[in-house]
Structure formats: C-alpha cells, structure tokens
Design a protein around this ligand. Structure first.
Ligand SMILES: Cc1cc2nc3c(=O)[nH]c(=O)nc-3n(C[C@H](O)[C@H](O)[C@H](O)COP(=O)(O)OP(=O)(O)OC[C@H]3O[C@@H](n4cnc5c(N)ncnc54)[C@H](O)[C@@H]3O)c2cc1C
Length: 480
C-alpha cells in the first residue's frame, strides 16, 4: 500500500519505518529543508551545529531504544552515570546529586532520595512518600485520573510540603513540559515518576553522540529508502483535497513558487505534523466532527533553546543538569556530554529557557543577556569575569509540544480517525508517553499498525484497495 505522510519529525519517520516493515511503501513529505521537526538541527556559518533543543533520552524509552536497536545504532546513545543532578540556588555553584544505585526498582530510586540531604529534610521526604502512595499502589489508572488537577493542586491535596515543589517539581515540570507546576497537569510528572519508580534504569539519561538529523533521522531515512520508501524535504503540504464522501483524494503540495503546485496520491494518508499545523490544514468538511473538534483543545507551548560557546571550560560535568533557575530549565555542557561537540578546552552550554511565554517575542540580545545573568549564579567563579562568551545561538519555537495543562488527556486523539484513509501521528496523539521523542516514535508505530489493520480489514471485507502510484512530478522537493 502507498502511504503519504505529511511531516518528517520523529513521528512521521517512525511511521514510515514501521510501514516498510509491514511491506508498505511510504512517502514522507517534510515542509522544511531538514528532517527532524523539533529535533531538527543545522550548521551555522562556522560549521557548528545549532539544535532546536537539548534532547535527553531516558532508560524508560522502550520504543525509542527498540527503534535504535532495529536500526543497529544503539551505540550512538552516550549513557551517563545513573543520577539526577540539580543546581542549588541557595548555594551558587554547588550541585546536589541523586545518585541511583544499581539495585532493583523502586528501591534504587528510594535510596537515592533518602541519601540526598541537600534538598529535603526527613520529614519532607516521608510526607512526600506518603503523598505518592496512591500513585504507586493504583498505578497508571490513578495517574490518568489526576489529569483533573494541576501539579500544584495535587501536591496540596496530598499534603506534600511546599519545599518538595520548589526543590524538585518546578524543575521537573519545566523540564518535562516547559511550564510550571501551577499550570501543568499532575498526570505528567506522575507518569514520569511512575516509570522511574517501576523501571530499574528508567531515570538513566543519555545524549545522542551528535546532531539528530545525521545521527538519528538519516539512519531511518536509509532504512526506509533501501526498502522502497521515499523521504522528501522542501515538500510542504498545502491542502488535503477530499472526495465527495469526505475521504482524502490527494495531498496538494506547494511547489517552489507561489503558483507552482503538484499532487501526491496514495492509498492512505497520514498527518505527522504538529497539532497546530494539522488544525490549520484541516478541511472544512471535517471540522464539525467531534474527533477533529477535540484538536481545538490542544496547542503547542512556546520554548526557547540557547547555545553558548565560551573561550574556556566552565565545568567537567558530563550530565544533564536541572538549573532550578526561574528563567532556565535543564542544560548540559555538550563539550563534555556529546562526542561530536566535544572540546577539551572550551565549553558549549546548551540550555532550555522555559516557561518561554514572556520571552518568545523578546530580542535575542535580551534573551542572551538574561541567560548570562542566570549563569552567573550557576558558575559564579567563571561568569561574568573570567569566561568570555565567543558565540551565542537562540532558537525560538513558538509552538512546540502540546501544552499539557489539566484536562488535556481526554482530547488527545487516537491515531485512527473517522476518515477511512486518513490517520494521525505525532507525540500529541494518544499514547502512554508524554509529548516526547519516545511519544513521537510510539505514535508513529501505532499509526503504522492502525494502517496495517485497516488494510487487513478492507482486504478481508473484499473492499477494493487499489494501489495508486505516487505522483512522479515533484518540482522542488529534494530526496533527504
Ligand atoms: C527545546 C526542546 C527540548 C526538548 N527536549 C526533549 C527531551 O529532552 N526529551 C524528549 O524526549 N523530548 C524532548 N522534546 C520533545 C520532542 O522533541 C518532541 O516531542 C518530538 O520530537 C515531536 O515529534 P513529532 O514528530 O511528533 O512532531 P514534530 O517534531 O513537531 O514534527 C512535525 C513535522 O511536521 C512538519 N510539518 C508541519 N507542517 C507541515 C506541512 N504543511 N507539510 C509538511 N510537513 C509539515 C514540521 O516541519 C515537522 O518536521 C523537546 C522539544 C523541544 C522543542
């Protein structure tokens, strides 16, 4: 079966990978000149990679790890020591570590919490543990039910000390969803915590050994194209054109000039675009259907990524750090943490600025200045007096992953739509992980399964599924 997929982020690429595994022929159509979507990166004029965002992989990413194994590139993940590391605003420059011993879960995580005395008192730890009990005992069902509350409301409801929020959950919430605990749904951090408590290596962190388009997306492209699929960049979907019965007739694509356009026809069609792009592209005829209406309740959250190159080493920490700064979320010195960016003499910090609502329209100069002021608290011996900033790059993403505020779980759509030959994919669609790389990969796999099942069903019903050729005239798109 020919399947046209609009969107070459991780969801679209994963969908294509699992479709070729099932003997289908996908064509991925990516609007941008580079693949990856939210994991995209490109080289600046000096040949340095600029990334859309710092991306951490977790041990609790079974679908991502399985994909890397199937592509035979598992060795591209650089696993860090099993620990979570926080800055301490009250002690500038001093780190607080939760070192997780190599013991079965959940005892390993519990020991790491009990051993850390920098951040919580014993009484706070005990009240936190009691508050968490329903999530541990009743599992994911309870966690999903807590989508009614913001994290802050849930912490209050469970009688968990404010210090647990300020010490741990502000940092966790900003890292997971780019918003604060008063906004984020309690389901999100509880889902992550549950995985960390249930899987021995769930909270273990890795970075990719280089830029995602080359080190992660390209192997998927090679896999797909070697098996008869196609992956195109510079191929923006312009319109989803319908048959009279509301099913998709073809994708109308934008050519290289305003007036130029071409069509892509296939047996099945997938949107692996972000929810915001899908809402814009939605045909009027579908808008009244409850399935499509629920998308109106989801929207992307702003986030800003900052990369700073310094003339000297700021630290030798080879790990992800939770800044616990009001402005910043997580960061890493990629000159220590990533093989391709490694430099024995100079630091390259990659940082996430979140929540970014108030910053997304500010100038790059303002953002860099504010970031350096925060870094002066994290590296008081080096900034501002010793280390010289050589270069800075700022990437703003006004609509990134869906904003995980309370009540959103019910609006996340399943991959099968009411339209017989149209499917959705993307980390915002319903799957058991958050808006994450793992969620994107899993959603792509689920979409491929849904398409395969629909094909099997139509074959067994003797419905005629005629294989339509993909249009050969693609004026400006380039093979990835
Ligand atoms: C700063 C930042 C940090 C992050 N950190 C982490 C992390 O540490 N760990 C983690 O697991 N996740 C992280 N994430 C989240 C993760 O990147 C995303 O959840 C995931 O990559 C989403 O993949 P996707 O394929 O669902 O969507 P997207 O990546 O948004 O892909 C959608 C694609 O559709 C394309 N598209 C849109 N419109 C059209 C059109 N008209 N025609 C054709 N194509 C179109 C877009 O160009 C894009 O390539 C982070 C995200 C950001 C922004």
């Amino acid at each position: 079966m020919r399947v046209a997929i609009a969107g070459g982020g991780l969801a679209g690429l994963s969908c294509a990978k699992y479709l070729v595994d099932q003997g289908h022929t996908p064509i991925v159509l990516e609007r941008a000149s580079v693949l990856g979507g939210l994991v995209a990166a490109w080289k600046d004029e000096d040949g340095d990679w600029v990334e859309t965002g710092l991306h951490a992989f977790f041990g609790a990413y079974p679908n991502m790890l399985q994909l890397l194994k199937e592509l035979d590139i598992e060795d591209r993940l650089q696993w860090k020591k099993h620990a979570l590391i926080f800055n301490q605003p009250e002690k500038p420059g001093v780190l607080s570590r939760f070192d997780v011993p190599d013991l079965p879960s959940p005892i390993n995580v519990i020991i790491s919490i009990l051993r850390n005395n920098d951040m919580l008192t014993w009484e706070q730890k005990i009240r936190f543990a009691i508050g968490l009990l329903p999530a541990i005992v009743r599992g994911q069902e309870y966690v999903e039910d807590m989508d009614r509350y913001s994290l802050l409301e849930w912490l209050e409801k469970q009688g968990i000390d404010d210090r647990v929020n300020s010490d741990i959950f502000i940092a966790a919430s900003k890292a997971l969803t780019f918003i604060n605990p008063d906004e984020v749904s309690a389901t999100i951090p509880l889902t992550a915590l549950n995985r960390f408590l249930q899987e021995r290596y769930g909270s273990k962190i890795a970075f990719l050994d280089g830029a995602p388009p080359e080190r992660l997306c390209q192997p998927i492209v090679d896999y797909v194209t070697e098996r008869g699929g196609e992956v195109l960049v510079n191929a923006p979907l312009k319109k989803i054109v319908l048959n009279e019965d509301g099913s998709v007739n073809h994708f109308l694509m934008k050519g290289s000039t305003e007036s130029e356009e071409y069509t892509i026809t296939a047996d099945a069609y997938v949107s692996a675009m972000s929810v915001d792009a899908m809402k814009l592209m939605m045909p009027d005829e579908w808008k009244a259907q409850p399935y499509f209406q629920q998308l109106q309740e989801l929207e992307g959250v702003p986030v800003i990524s900052i990369q700073l190159w310094f003339d000297r080493k700021l630290s030798d920490v080879d790990h992800l750090l939770f800044s616990r700064s009001p402005l910043l979320s997580v960061y890493a010195d990629m000159s220590n943490a990533c093989r391709e960016y490694s430099d024995p003499d100079k630091s390259m910090l990659e940082l996430v600025l979140a929540p970014a609502e108030d910053w997304i329209s500010r100038s790059e100069e303002d953002i860099i200045e504010a970031t350096l002021a925060e870094l002066a608290k994290l590296f008081p011996d080096e900034i501002p007096d010793q280390a010289k900033l050589l270069k800075a790059r700022v990437v703003k993403t006004p609509r990134s992953v869906y904003k995980a505020i309370p009540g959103r779980q019910q609006f996340r759509p399943v991959q099968t739509t009411p339209i017989s030959n149209f499917f959705l994919s993307g980390s915002y669609t319903m799957q058991r992980y958050l808006g994450s790389m793992e969620g994107a990969v899993l959603s792509g796999k689920l979409t491929a399964q849904a398409i395969n099942s629909a094909k099997a069903l139509s074959s067994s019903n003797n419905a005629s599924v005629t294989s339509k050729p993909v249009s050969q005239s693609i004026p400006n798109a380039a093979t990835a």
